[in-house]
Design a protein around this ligand. Structure first.
Ligand code: SF4
Length: 609
């Protein structure tokens, strides 16, 4: 087989054994790689009673056929399992050097089950796998853990993905950190890793599978680099990182403020430009990326460089909490990174606490101090309490749905979908985004539901996904479903979502690497299959159509800004979406016919037995 090693490493931490899991070429062709291949592996291994924090819940880390090749913007990996936060399908992705080295270690990925009897870390190096003692690392923060392991292995080329103390405590939205501040942030994959007593995965080596047509791969990679360097958006990403969207997002009503109840807020102090003007910013890039959207804030404090906050983080601790103090946002980001928690879920939970305080549902007695919009000291205090699970922080560490239920509030007030906190884009500003959010395979997801990109002009002609009036709902369901499938495929190929590459290019690349003959139609079908296998995993855990919704707090029409008085018509879009997907309107499950058409015969049998 070309483009793949053709094997995963299976690790059972209970028995401390490892073995190779061979992958057939048919399996690779069907599920491609990354999060999609992880979904197929998870599907086979879980049943409705699998507790997300039990040894039975597999944690899968997966690369894809593009990872580790000369193609730019592909050093990404996916980590997946049943989410400790949502109880449904969970996945997160991250870039950096780690994915490049993971593929170089000699496997396409790994599946970890069981639970070690004490802290351990894994070391995968050029086809050799070791389970090593990590007792001395338990309690260390995510940056220190990476430093200590690299020093311990005396190899600077080692790359480490690890949990911080939050993952050890199994905080429901703990994340996995790699290459300093890169995060596989969403769905609580750090809690899953912590539940196995697995502190880190270290990878090294340069084993690379052969390509079907190495010359063609080289040519395509060169052309792709040229295309990326000539792309205007890519240039803006380089200068301002993801924060380049802040001004535009607020102008369009897409950047939420005051816990999703406002869309007008002065963001001038917290933009990508402001970051450049106030701090000493250096770029960093995932391996092989000519953009480098990462921000390193040099000497943020004497002797301390920190990672710059992304757009999502800045909005979550900024406008969403009515906070314009950039220093406090940078500190909030650093605190989350050090402990290893998802900045989106943390920020939304903090904003919800302030909202609840304003409503009188939380009191000074319960919190220990006053909560006010824009109070940056209170925001930082709440994050400290979350990571230490102290006082009210314990409740906030369980996310907004748990907060609403414990405080006897309406579920619709919790800004989450399927238990995953809503990211920093607003479905009222782009109706295609609303239906993508409602149906996202992992819950509210801006990365596969980034329909704002379409309505801002990034069309996908091959699939007739065309820009249209962003505030119109009718007719959005089908293109939103196709775009979601297309973006889901990025996480199978392990391609960065910011890569401005076209469908024919992706087909050519996949074919040159593997020797297959994928057409644009095959690629879309693979994306549809990907969404459906993830849906089948969640269906096993009781997901229904009722879960495909937007909470009231994120749906009620606002009385200000460019979206004033406008609400997405979710029902209409969902019907169109279901029609395209071939999902049953009553149960929310993929129909048997659809599953069989996609080759998901086992799922068809399981869901309809
Ligand atoms: S654009 Fe940013 S996230 Fe994407 S590959 Fe480049 S550095 Fe990594």
């Amino acid at each position: 087989m070309k483009g793949y090693h053709g094997k995963f490493l299976e690790v059972d931490l209970t028995s401390k054994t490892t073995q190779d899991l061979p992958l057939s070429e048919d399996f690779c062709k069907k599920y491609i790689g990354g999060a999609t291949m992880a979904a197929a592996l998870v599907y086979e291994r879980v049943h409705p009673e699998t507790d997300p924090l039990s040894p039975d819940n597999p944690m899968v880390m997966a690369t894809g056929p593009f990872t580790g090749t000369p193609i730019p913007m592909v050093s990404r990996y996916a980590v997946a399992g049943i989410s400790p936060l949502t109880g449904f399908w969970g996945e997160a992705t991250s870039g950096g050097v780690f994915p490049f080295r993971l593929k170089g270690s000699g496997w396409d990925g790994l599946i970890v089950t069981g639970k070690a009897d004490g802290p351990v870390y894994l070391f995968l190096n050029n086809g050799r796998a070791e389970i090593r003692d990590a007792s001395a690392l338990w309690g260390e923060d995510s940056y220190e853990t990476q430093n200590i392991i690299k020093a311990d292995l005396s190899d600077d080329k080692v790359s480490v993905a690890c949990i911080g103390p939050a993952g050890e405590k199994q905080i429901r939205y703990a994340c996995i950190m790699n290459d300093k501040g890169r995060a596989a942030g969403r769905c609580g994959m750090g809690a899953l890793m912590g539940s196995k007593n697995l502190k880190a995965v270290a990878v090294a080596g340069n084993k690379r599978p052969a390509f079907a047509d190495a010359g063609k791969v080289g040519e395509l990679a060169k052309q792709a680099i040229k295309d990326i360097n000539g792309n205007l958006v890519a240039v803006a990403f380089r200068e301002y990182g993801t924060l380049m969207y802040m001004d535009m997002g607020m102008t369009l009503g897409d950047t939420p403020a005051k816990y999703f109840t406002k869309s007008v807020f002065p963001v001038g102090d917290v933009t990508g430009q402001a970051l450049r003007q106030r701090y000493s910013v250096a770029n960093y890039a995932c391996r092989g990326c000519p953009i480098g959207c990462g921000r390193d804030l040099k000497q943020y404090k004497p002797g301390l460089d920190v990672d710059g906050p992304e757009y999502e983080t800045t909005v979550a601790f900024g406008p969403l909490c009515m906070n314009t103090n950039f220093d406090s946002i940078i500190e909030a980001n650093h605190l989350c990174n050090v402990h290893g928690i998802d900045t989106i879920s943390a920020g939304v939970s903090v904003a919800y606490a302030i909202y609840l305080y304003e409503q009188g549902a939380l009191t000074k007695d319960r919190v220990g101090f006053e909560l006010k919009w824009g109070d940056d000291e209170a925001i930082l205090k709440l994050i400290e309490m979350i990571v230490n699970q102290k006082g009210i922080g314990e409740l906030l560490s369980r996310g907004t749905l748990a907060m609403a239920r414990e405080l006897d509030r309406d579920d619709g007030e919790a800004a989450q979908i399927k238990g995953l906190e809503v990211p920093m884009h607003d479905g009222r500003a782009f109706h295609g985004l609303a239906v993508s959010y409602a149906t996202g395979p992992r819950g509210a997801c801006h990365l596969k539901g980034d329909y704002y990109n379409v309505d801002l002009g990034n069309m996908v002609l091959e699939y007739m996904i065309l820009p249209s009036d962003r505030l119109v709902s009718e007719g959005k369901g089908e293109p939103a479903a196709k775009f979601q499938s297309f973006k889901d495929l990025f996480d199978a190929l392990t391609l960065c979502k910011f890569a401005p590459l076209q469908v024919p290019q992706l087909c050519e690349m996949l074919n040159a690497l593997t020797g297959w003959e994928f057409s644009p139609e095959d690629l879309l079908k693979a994306g549809d299959r990907s969404v459906n296998i993830k849906r089948a995993v969640s269906s096993k855990f009781g997901l229904t159509r009722e879960h495909d919704t937007i909470p009231k707090i994120c749906r009620d029409a606002l009385d200000e800004g460019t979206t004033a008085g406008i609400q997405p018509d979710l029902e209409t879009m969902l019907k169109e979406y279901y029609q395209y997907r071939g999902w049953d309107w009553e149960t929310g499950k993929p129909t048997k016919e659809k599953l069989i058409d996609l080759g998901l015969n086992q799922a068809a049998e399981d869901l309809y037995s």
